[in-house]
Ligand binder design. Structure first.
Ligand SMILES: Cc1cc2nc3c(=O)[nH]c(=O)nc-3n(C[C@H](O)[C@H](O)[C@H](O)COP(=O)(O)OP(=O)(O)OC[C@H]3O[C@@H](n4cnc5c(N)ncnc54)[C@H](O)[C@@H]3O)c2cc1C
Length: 368
């Protein structure tokens, strides 16, 4: 069994975990652990304009110059048959981005490694124990047992909150929303998203820098060569509460796209899909939920591990970055052992959650 001592272990090398590692590493020894050898293709591509401030502060803004596209706004059919243009021109932070999500996560991991932070992947933890001077974490790294000794643990494992739940902390689910998503090449190039409410839930479609890597392998290479230069990769996603969920929509691209074509504002885009380029990715959880307690003695949760938002907000990635930075600022200012940090951090999480709920309620009331 290999033993390794560090001041901070961050579990989860998604966007939240990588941002926390980069912010903390100049001040503390950090080990970043992820169960996946590399980032996976996943839904969630819209990066809020305010994220630019965090990336700038960490010297990471250059990551967005290639492989991602800027987002200037969306056409909203939220409770109406006619569109409203929500333009980022009015946003003091400027435009946002449509990320190549897998690429962005890989870029962050590469930057973490280039800054000399110790990274362990693929590695999953099997057991943790709190001792008077910190944590002992048993992990399997590349199938070999390893013991990590750390003063502090950060749970950045996403909406399953693997570490906090292993401590017995429960998660509260506000609703049961699910999301089904599909990617395809579309003949027209439109750098604008479309948001559309329907009686059973709501639709979202956004341009992507390219089709997720996992899909291109399944698509006829000749088709991609001839059509991709003219077409544009696009995401289509439907959000519904579990009680209204029609399983057919997650099993058949044709059924999914037929339903999409009936949503206000989506028919033209659906008509422009290049046949044979569609990939239906299945169902993922998209509900609002949070840990009953986002931190405790010697541990903190950030990003989705602390609280996950409805995708309607388009704020999940920004929140992962922002909570990572808020925690890092507290730990850098006060040190790792200061007894007031959990209460200060929890108050920040509570405030984010209150604001989030107020916005969410406001938007859903418009279509209820
Ligand atoms: C349908 C849908 C659409 C969305 N669209 C958007 C959008 O447009 N814009 C936006 O801002 N947000 C969006 N989101 C939300 C956004 O994807 C999340 O908020 C964001 O991924 C949170 O980042 P994170 O780093 O906290 O967690 P995650 O991205 O979930 O990363 C967690 C990491 O932890 C690792 N991990 C998990 N368990 C373990 C373990 N036991 N040991 C080690 N490692 C582990 C995982 O491999 C992963 O790398 C969307 C979400 C959904 C469901």
């Amino acid at each position: 069994m290999t033993d390794y001592n560090t001041q901070i272990v961050i579990l989860g090398a998604g966007i939240g975990g990588c941002i926390a590692a980069l912010a903390l590493a100049p001040f503390y020894s950090v080990v970043l652990v992820d169960q996946q050898t590399e980032p996976q293709a996943r839904v969630g591509e819209c990066l809020a304009p305010a994220a630019g401030r965090i990336l700038h502060k960490l010297g990471l803004l250059d990551l967005l110059t290639e492989g991602h596209i800027s987002s200037h706004g969306l056409l909203s059919y939220w409770g109406t048959e006619t569109p409203t243009l929500v333009d980022q021109l009015t946003n003091p932070d400027g435009h946002g981005w449509h990320l190549n999500r897998q690429l962005f996560e890989q870029q962050l991991r590469d930057r973490v490694q280039r800054r000399g932070i110790r990274c362990l992947w693929p590695a999953s933890f099997s057991k943790c124990e709190q001792k008077p001077n910190g944590w002992v974490l048993d992990i399997q790294h590349k199938n070999k047992p390893m013991q990590l000794h750390s003063q502090l643990m950060i749970d950045a494992t996403g909406r399953h909150s693997r570490f906090a739940r292993a401590l017995g902390v429960r998660r509260q689910n506000l609703d049961q929303q699910l999301s089904v998503w599909l990617t395809a090449l579309v003949k027209v190039r439109k750098h604008i998203s479309v948001l559309s409410s329907v009686p059973e839930g709501w639709w979202y479609s956004a341009p992507l820098p390219e089709l997720p890597l996992i899909d291109t392998a399944l698509i006829d290479a000749d088709l991609l060569d001839t059509e991709q230069s003219e077409g544009q990769a696009r995401l289509f996603a439907l959000q519904m509460q579990a009680g209204k969920f029609d399983k057919n929509l997650s099993l058949s691209s044709a059924a999914f796209l037929q339903a999409a074509a009936n949503a206000p504002g989506l028919n033209t885009l659906v008509q422009q899909i290049i046949p044979g380029t569609e990939t239906l990715h299945g169902v993922v959880a998209a509900n609002s939920s949070k840990l009953e307690q986002g931190c405790g003695e010697g541990w903190f949760a950030i990003g989705d591990a602390a609280m996950s938002f409805d995708p309607l907000s388009s704020q999940g990635i920004f929140n992962a970055m922002a909570t990572a930075m808020q925690l890092a600022d507290l730990l850098i200012e006060h040190g790792l052992q200061h007894k007031d940090i959990p209460a200060l951090y929890q108050a920040q999480l509570d405030s984010i959650w209150r604001h989030y709920l107020a916005h969410k309620d406001h938007y859903y009331e418009l279509v209820s």
